[in-house]
Design a protein around this ligand. Structure first.
Ligand SMILES: O=C(O)CCC(=O)C(=O)O
Ligand SMILES: [Fe+2]
Length: 305
């Protein structure tokens, strides 16, 4: 059976059926998947009952697998290619990755090698909640006036995991139990400066790069000047018309393009956020696709100025 592609919204997201990743992928199916990915930016392959090896093999069909990025410290104990996202307790402590991605972001933009994309496999899913949302940043860019587009092309933003809002904005009780792994990770990822408009290497289409999780401010601007621009772009890009919201089913395999979308997990499945609902287990395996080098270290830019 050959694959079928069904759009999930007019702007972003498509579901792929007629493919079983336990078997090797035929070259024509791989080509069709890549073409569909370029067109829809996010693809969902439901019902994939696959082992980590098959997950990694599929990711290699879609891009270059990154097993040595900043996040490898949070890797799966057996598979360096797999980033383990879970809210399970480990050794009586909450997992370091339990609240990854709660705010809009693009993976690894706080490093000099932002990710090209990711392939996420759902192993355990809460009964409800923990959806993941994806925004089409090309669509957002295309609605801006030529004047605003031109202004943005000239701007860069400071991306900083430690000034961002990921673990610093956890509730205070949680901040205190930040593990050494998390603190070391913070220290090893100094702030970088990234362009605010990127051109997709395969399609040539331009898109906006923002994200509340790690974007601190627009380089060279005061916070007062920068915040309204970042807030406006975030609101523009995350309007429902540009967003696909994925409600997970166990076995879903989802692939997204980090070069033209941003994403966030809806954090409504965690006990800390929804008291009385009992934290429900969510466990995902992510294989990260390596992107091209981008950006500069902030301290190097400041020194040169
Ligand atoms: O858990 C998810 O649905 C996505 C988390 C995330 O931001 C990521 O894996 O990059
Ligand atoms: Fe992410």
């Amino acid at each position: 059976m050959s694959i079928q592609i069904k759009r999930l919204t007019p702007t972003i997201g498509a579901e792929v059926s007629g493919i079983d990743l336990r078997n090797p992928i035929a070259p024509e199916d791989a080509a069709a998947l890549r073409a569909a990915w370029q067109k829809h930016l996010v693809l969902i392959l439901p019902g994939q009952d696959i082992a980590p090896e098959q997950h990694i093999a599929f990711a290699r069909v879609m891009g270059q697998v990154d097993s040595d990025s900043a996040i490898s410290v949070f890797g799966h104990p057996k598979y360096p290619e797999i980033f383990l996202l879970t809210n399970e307790m480990k050794d009586g402590k909450p997992s370091d990755t339990r609240d990854v991605g709660w705010q809009w972001h693009v993976d690894l933009t706080y490093t000099l090698r932002p990710s090209a994309g990711a392939v996420l496999h759902a192993l355990e899913i809460p009964e409800t909640g923990g959806d993941t949302m994806f925004a089409n940043m090309e669509a957002a860019f295309s609605t801006l006036s030529p004047t605003y587009q031109q202004m943005l092309r000239g701007l860069e933003a400071v991306h900083d995991i430690s000034h961002g809002q990921w673990w610093k904005k956890r509730n205070p009780a949680v901040v205190q139990d930040n593990s050494k792994t998390v603190r070391d990770f913070d220290a090893r990822t100094p702030p970088v400066v990234q362009p605010m408009v990127r051109k997709h290497p395969d399609t040539g289409r331009e898109s906006i790069l923002v994200g509340q999780a790690v974007v601190d401010h627009i380089h060279g601007m005061t916070r007062e000047e920068s915040d309204p621009i970042i807030d406006y772009l975030t609101a523009l890009a995350t309007q429902p018309e540009f967003v696909y919201r994925h409600r997970w089913t166990r076995g879903d395999l989802l692939i997204w393009d980090n070069r033209c979308t941003m994403h966030k997990v809806v954090h409504d499945h965690n006990e800390a956020v929804a008291p009385g609902t009992k934290g429900q287990m969510r466990r995902m395996h992510r294989v990260t696709l390596q992107g091209a080098p981008s950006g500069r270290l902030l301290h190097a830019v400041d020194k040169a100025a």
